[in-house]
Design a protein around this ligand. Structure first.
Ligand code: KMH
Ligand code: ZN
Length: 275
């Protein structure tokens, strides 16, 4: 098995400090959290940022400040979000691409998201995909519903590839979208084109079942306060790094070491990190 790529979705757009006091929000907190996660075994950081009031923003300058603080402390792969937060316009969501991140998330279809709708119609996803292609930013296809795989494959057919392989993240357990039953993961993984790499996100109570299913199937793992704030049922995690350390430990028990960021770059066929 390849080494394990642990991605940390450490901030998100929906989690609040009230719900999880250890949520990193300022650029410095995000930089420190990413470094601690890297130390614990993570090789990628899925990045959302917050404004001075702690609200989600896609402002380029706020992303730039967080990226600077991460880069001061670690070589972790930075994957900026283009999902942003509910109700943001496409132009707002696209802003971090101007910073030429190594990777960015891309959801290829609309999905129910609790009582809201995470809007990604064909025009929006085509524009986001082509912008990433033009800039050489590798997409991570964030899949909440099965048809979103087909939509991503249609983008590649219509516009050509956006890199040497397709990297996927199955986000399972968002209320209103596909649940985190392991059978859903098996069904989704079965549909991927050859050469794909993939990771999983189990939301809330699905964090551990999906993590274990992913490890059993040879996939990778995403975790962090965007997706789940608890360590045990009803017990808050102390930090994002604590969640990373548990998965790194479990994988090691199965003889699977964590990839360093450079090893993850090699697995994902990203360009080497230019220090
Ligand atoms: N905040 C969610 C509405 C992404 O980052 O690409 C969408 C999201 C997906 O977090
Ligand atoms: Zn996100």
């Amino acid at each position: 098995m390849e080494k394990l790529i642990i991605t940390v979705a450490g901030v998100g757009a929906e989690t609040t400090k009230d719900a999880q006091p250890a949520l990193p929000v300022s650029a410095q907190e995000i930089g420190e959290a990413a470094a601690a996660c890297r130390e614990a075994g993570a090789s990628m950081f899925h990045l959302h940022v917050r404004d001075a009031a702690g609200n989600p923003t896609q402002a380029k300058e706020v992303f730039a400040a967080a990226i600077e603080e991460i880069r001061k402390r670690s070589d972790i792969i930075i994957q900026t979000s283009t999902g942003g937060a509910m109700g943001m316009t496409a132009d707002e969501r696209l802003q971090p691409l101007e910073l030429n991140p190594e990777m960015a998330s891309l959801t290829t279809g609309t999905a129910n998201f609790g009582d809201d709708v995470f809007f990604n119609d064909t025009a929006l996803m085509s524009e986001f995909y082509q912008r990433m292609q033009a800039k050489g930013v590798r997409p991570e296809f964030e899949i909440f519903e099965a048809g979103q795989i087909d939509n991503a494959l249609k983008l590649v057919k219509k516009y050509g590839p956006a890199g040497p392989l397709m990297h996927w993240d199955f986000v399972l357990g968002v209320p209103g979208s596909m649940s985190g039953e392991p059978r859903n993961l098996v069904f989704l993984v079965d549909q991927l084109p050859p050469g794909s790499t993939w990771t999983t996100t189990g939301i809330g109570r699905w964090h551990m079942p999906i993590t274990m299913a992913s490890l059993a199937l040879g996939g990778n793992v995403r975790l962090g306060f965007e997706d789940n704030i608890f360590y045990h049922k009803g017990v808050l995690a102390e930090s994002n790094a604590q969640l990373v350390a548990r998965v790194a430990r479990l994988a090691k028990e199965w003889d699977r070491d964590c990839a360093t960021p450079d090893e993850a770059r090699a697995i994902l066929k990203l360009s080497p990190y230019d220090k």
